[in-house]
Design a protein around this ligand. Structure first.
Ligand code: THU
Length: 133
């Protein structure tokens, strides 16, 4: 799976975004260990706080289909520089893939690549957090 294919999948997913309130459309494509790709788009709601970001839509689709091992995510937005995942999405991604590669792209062809560990240093995992005793 080459980077440009994953970005193309995220761009296609962006077209399914439901963002009538912000008009800010985002698509995400998550590459699994077995090379399958799951995509997601942001889905807004009249009750604003119920909005789901593209990244979490993709993670939830993958995990619901039985996939939990992820190598890369591409996120496609239409701003410059390209949007990076919000804090909530960083934590959700961290649950499954602390070593994930995060590719942020936009329609100008700008691409930024990060490790999730630099976007979210010291993320929380319950299994790593032993109670004091
Ligand atoms: N959004 C995403 O889907 N992913 C991001 O990385 C940044 C923000 C969405 C949430 C909301 O629907 C809109 O963009 C504006 O915040």
């Amino acid at each position: 799976m080459i980077e440009s294919d994953l970005i193309a999948a995220a761009k296609k997913a962006q077209s399914n975004a439901y963002a009538p309130f912000s008009n800010f459309k985002v698509g995400a494509a998550l590459l699994c260990d077995d090379e399958r790709i799951f995509t997601g788009a942001n889905i807004e709601n009249s009750s604003y706080g119920l909005t789901n970001c593209a990244e979490r839509s993709a993670v939830f689709a993958a995990v619901s289909a039985g996939q939990r091992k992820f190598k890369r995510i591409a996120i496609f937005s239409s701003c410059s520089p390209p949007a990076t995942p919000c804090g909530a999405c960083r934590q959700v991604l961290y649950e499954f893939a602390p070593q994930l590669e995060v590719i942020c792209a936009n329609d100008r062809g700008e691409i930024s690549i990060f490790k999730l560990s630099e976007l979210l240093p010291r993320g929380f995992r319950l299994e790593d957090s032993k109670p004091q005793g």
